[in-house]
Design a protein around this ligand. Structure first.
Ligand code: ARG
Length: 582
């Protein structure tokens, strides 16, 4: 199904080009923000008044006239000129009806070339360390973007770029050999690895010899020493086991989990290229890339002097090459915290300096930090011992308390199932419903509120609609015109409330398109919240099941069904499930 604002734009474009006998690219048609402004608006006449050499309102009149003479137009009902020359465009009710019927059964044709292969790099925690809130946000935003890009029609893969390499593994090996609590390592592996790491730092202050030993172990690991390799693999496997519990709980899946350690060979190739192309300079044995003044970037070290160590940026450069050469991608999207802006700007700029195959479309989709109510930033540096999975589990428990009160008659099993979906949805929605670029403050009251802009509110609205359909079945409503969309006759006499809801429903793909363009899932969340509010006020004043007029009954039932369909689809783009009753 074509997006309505695109259809309108195309109609206008044809007419305008015929009237003025020239081409116009970028004709902008937007959904109106207020009912009085019609369903859509364009500022075409204002913007092109000079080029055309006529007053905006005059241009508007010419467009309106050509529309009036068009017998074939079955989309635009009327156009009105407003203010200095805005055009307010009103849809024909029959068009609204036709599109409404298609919702949920036909895919949208987004006006986007989706032939590109996209990779989204998200979550990407570090082995041996607890995931922190940054990883929670990256996991949730990345997963949602993946769903949105797929919905638009792209082939998308998700890559979990694990931090599984670096000199800290030498320290962990020493810690493991000296102080391991084997039982804890099995029970709470990351906790134990963190303990070993801290213990190492403490002991090394007393005994600096330990640092030397750790370095040796790291060198041995890099050289492929069999024993150290085994230990390292065990750190990776044990950590990943814990990460996986979290991903399972979050319902997040990756296509690849290629850690930094994988890129060692390609790093060597990359450094060679940097040297050959004279992009890097050797400063006392350290390889550095200097940027042009206009880049406003500090020099980037790509190889350290000491132990031939490579850096975060070198690995990311190598990763760019691998993803192009082997995974054949055309665009990479990195979902990582704001703090890494400089890092990605450096990497992207160096990639540009090298050219192919490092240089292709890439974006750092950054997000602000999340604070807890008391102002504490949650990160693994602050060893608050909070694990992400505990936050999710707590969300489920908090949801359970509310569900217990709201639905005392449900079975324990049912209540548990609902609480899982509500609790998890609440955490995800809280992260996705706010502009990713702002820092956000976490509070249970905000998250689990059934009234505000929260996923429980949206899930509740969905369940409310489902209950209408359940009631219809239960009561076996005696309506001779059985509700069946396919055979429903054209009903284009909407009342004002019906029409408002219907037009809002048509707007859904537009919110997805905008969310895709700006990599901002909150635009979908905003849309869903507005839609749910409109539905709920609609339902407060318009009867559905008690409506005796057959046509009205069908229209309203159709509106309810399509609202539910869009809530479900929209929430699924945020990685959130719906519940039939709640
Ligand atoms: N492991 C990094 C961290 O925990 C995030 C990696 C992001 N992805 C990337 N390709 N650099 O901060």
């Amino acid at each position: 199904m074509e997006l309505v604002h695109i259809e309108i734009r195309d109609i206008l474009k044809k007419k305008i080009e015929k009237i003025f006998e020239r081409k116009f690219e970028n004709i902008d048609v937007q959904y109106s923000t207020k009912k009085e402004f019609g369903d859509f608006q364009t500022n075409f006449s204002l913007i092109n008044s000079e080029i055309i050499g006529k007053k905006p309102r005059e241009i508007g009149k010419m467009i309106i006239k050509s529309l009036e003479n068009d017998q074939k137009n079955d989309i635009i009902d009327k156009i009105k000129i407003a203010g200095p020359g805005f055009l307010n465009i009103f849809l024909k009710n029959s068009k609204i009806w036709q599109n409404l019927k298609k919702i949920g059964t036909e895919k949208y044709d987004f006006p986007i070339d989706t032939s590109k292969k996209v990779l989204i790099d998200y979550s990407s925690p570090n082995i041996g360390k607890r995931m922190h809130i940054g990883h929670l946000r990256s996991t949730i935003i990345g997963d949602s973007l993946k769903r949105i890009f797929e919905y638009i029609g792209f082939k998308v893969s998700g890559d979990n770029h694990l931090g599984d390499w670096g000199s800290r593994f030498g320290k962990l090996i020493i810690g493991y050999k000296k102080w391991l609590n084997a039982e804890e390592y099995e029970k709470n592996p990351i906790g134990e690895m963190e303990r070993l790491y801290v213990k190492f730092s403490e002991e090394a202050q007393l005994n600096p010899e330990l640092e030397v030993m750790a370095k040796e172990e790291w060198m041995k690991l890099k050289a492929g020493d069999e024993n150290n390799r085994k230990l390292w693999q065990s750190f990776v496997d044990h950590s990943f086991r814990e990460f996986e519990d979290f991903y399972r709980k979050m319902d997040v899946k990756f296509d690849y989990c290629i850690g930094e350690s994988f890129y060692n060979e390609i790093i060597l190739e990359t450094l060679k290229i940097l040297e050959e192309k004279k992009i890097s300079s050797d400063i006392d044995g350290e390889l550095k890339v200097f940027f042009e003044e206009k880049d406003k970037l500090e020099p980037c070290v790509v190889k350290k002097k000491a132990e031939n160590s490579y850096l975060y940026s070198t690995t990311d450069l190598a990763t760019l090459k691998y993803r192009k050469d082997t995974l054949n991608i055309d665009r990479a999207v990195y979902v990582a915290v704001e703090k890494q802006k400089k890092h990605f700007r450096q990497v992207f700029r160096i990639a540009e300096m090298i050219g192919k195959p490092y240089d292709y479309e890439k974006n750092h989709v950054w997000f602000g930090i999340m604070r807890f109510e008391d102002g504490v930033v949650l990160s693994s540096k602050k060893r608050g011992m909070i694990r992400l999975i505990d936050i999710v589990n707590q969300a489920v428990e908090e949801a359970k308390i509310i569900i217990d009160i709201k639905n005392p008659t449900y079975s324990e099993e049912e209540k548990m199932k609902i609480s899982e979906i509500v609790g998890l949805g609440a955490i995800k929605y809280f992260n996705l419903s706010q502009n990713r670029m702002s820092s956000i403050c976490f509070s249970w009251d905000k998250i689990l509120n059934f009234e505000g802009n929260t996923s429980p509110y949206l899930q509740y609205t969905y369940a409310r609609i489902m209950s209408i359909f359940r009631k219809m079945n239960e009561e076996n409503l005696e309506i001779d015109n059985v509700y069946d969309v396919e055979y429903m006759e054209l009903n284009d006499d909407f009342n004002e409330n019906e029409r408002e809801l219907a037009v809002k429903l048509l707007k859904f793909p537009n919110s997805v398109l905008k969310a895709y363009e700006l990599c901002k899932p909150n635009l979908i969340a905003d849309y869903l919240f507005e839609t749910a509010k409109i539905f709920n006020s609609f339902y407060a004043v318009e009867s559905i099941l008690r409506e005796e007029d057959k046509k009205k009954f069908n229209t309203r039932l159709l509106l309810a069904e399509k609202t539910a369909s869009i809530l479900k689809e929209g929430l699924s783009l945020l990685g959130i499930k719906v519940i039939e009753k709640m």
